[in-house]
Each structure stands twice: as structure tokens, then as C-alpha cells.
Design a protein around this ligand. Sequence first.
Ligand SMILES: [Zn+2]
Length: 363
Amino acid sequence: MPDTEVRTAIDALRADFRARLAAATTDRDLDALDAAFLSRKNGSVTALLKQVGTVPPDERREFGRLVNAFKTEIESAIEEKRGAVAATRRPAGAIDPTLGSRPIPIGRIHPLMRVRQEVEDIFARMGYEILEGPEVEDDYHNFEALNMPPDHPARDMQDTLYLGVPIAGGTWGAHRGRVPEAQVRAATLLRTHTSAMQIRYMKTFPPPIRLIVPGRVYRRDQLDLSHTPMFQQFEGLVVGRGITLADLKGTFEAMLRDLFGDVRVRLRPSFFPYTEPSAEVDISCQSCGGSGCGTCKHTGWLEILGSGMVHPAVFEAVGYDPDEVTGFAFGMGMERVAMLKYGVDDIRLFYENDLRFLEQFPL
Ligand SMILES: [Zn+2]
């Protein structure tokens, strides 16, 4: 093989080698490349070297020099590329910062908590204190001091959830002397309203008073579209000199317009044992503007809270003088407000924690 032919053969092999080297990105690619050119058995450079026998004796030295130089060139090129591949390899246990992140689920405020915060804000702006009380109560604070004698229908076992065992050192201790021992067990219950806290407050502090008590209450109700055995309410109490029904109405008008927008408010006579006179408070239906629709049962009005002027017997029970002070009290269901505000027609949705429901409320 003449000198020029050797050079041509090497150039062809080099072009092939360089193309394949450029395409190689892994150790495995480089192993294959090494074998294709340098393997003793069938590497193409090895095959070229074996042709030394066809070269005239005086040219063999030059032939060997050229082919061996090319072999060295390939070896060092592969070695260099191995170093480059190793440099790009991630160390064991390394993270890949280019990977996209997992979406982080963001919680949102429960609709009932939204309503609670909103109502608390409204009353706080009007100068009310916000209190919470115990959910496990005694008969005295839940019923007796609120002018509900032992035969009052609201005390019926159907409505109240009594505890099987009184809590040791529980709140019934304060009036234990007045209740026969046999009744002490039945005197421990889950509060049916948050009014019990109002009694505690009045027994502790003198008038004037402006407070609301938000919290959970319990009744023996079956689960249906509008009832749950546990629900939440706000109860409020205002006591002072010269508080009248006009203050009651003015307060509700301000609060309900803040909460529901431009609604009309009306009072309807009602009855509660702890208020006299008592009134149900309605707002004009937002769905139909008062002309009548399914939401308001075609009356144009929606019942929103119960209220009244505090009964003198309640003041006497806590040691206030009914000739000195007057006041009003009210109770409003959080679920009822949330259902009207957000157009929810099933109260159970608030307690099922179904994300498909909860995710519909804004962050
Ligand atoms: Zn309506």
C-alpha cells in the first residue's frame, strides 16, 4: 500500500471516528467506539495495521508510524471524552434543580369561619367584646338562669344532649346546693345555645355590657338539609341604662346591611323565655328583591335571627336591678348566614369537608 493510500485510509477513518465521537454522550457509547476502532479482533485501526504485509519493506516503517500515531490520537480523544462525560454526571444522591416542583395545595378559609370573622369584625367595629365559653354546660347556666323552669319544653330530652356522667369539678358545682343530688347527673349537658356564657359574664361584671359569643352548640336534631346536631351561632347581649327596642332594631339594621348589602329589615313578634318582648328579625330576600321566589317561599322575606329585650327575670338571676338597666339579646346561626350569603342549599355540606365544595370559595 503506497504512502498516499495509507493517508487517505486514515483520513476516512478519522472522519468516521470524529463523527461518532461527537455523537457519543455516555460511557457505553465510548466503549462501543473504542471497540469499533481499537479492538484486537475486529477494530478498524487494528485491521489497517494488519495490512503492513502488503506494504513494500522500505515503506513499512513510515506506514507503522502513521497508523500508530492515528491509534494514539484515537485513544487520547476517547480518554478526553470520558473525562468530559464524567464531569457532567450527577454525583450520587444529588438533586436535579431543573425538575419542576410539585404543586403545593393551599388551604382556604372555611365558609363558616369566613362568616364568623366577618360578623366579629362588624361587632368589633361597634365596640362589642367577643367571648367564648365552655361547650359543656350545666343546667343552671344553660336553662334555669335564662328563665327556663324545669318543665320548659326546650329542656326536653328530645332537644338537649345530656352527658352520661357529670364532669368532676364541673360547672354544676356552683348551684349544687340548690339541685337535688339525684339531678346532678342530668345537669351536665352540651350547651344548646351560647347564652350560658352571657349569664357567666353578667354574674362576673356589672353593666354596661356589649358582647357577642360565637361558638358551637348542640341539639338532638336529625341530619337533613337544614339541621345538624352540632351547629354554630352568635349570640349577643347589650345591657345598660335606657336601652330600648329602637337600639335593637338600629343595631340589626347596621349589622345586617354590612353583612348582606342593601337589604330591608323587619321585626316580627315572637316568643323566647329569656326575652320580653321577643322578635324574629327578617331581611328582604336578595334572590328576588322582595317580590317572592322559591328561596323565600314566596314571602319576600328571610328569617335571619331571633332577638328581644332581656327578660327582667334574667337580670334578677344574675343580680342586676331590672329597674335600673334594660338590654337586648339576640342569636343568629352561622350556617344560616353562610347559606344565604353563598347560596348553599344543604347545611351538611359545611361539615362533610368535601374539597370539591370547599375549593369553590376564594382564598
Ligand atoms: Zn325571594
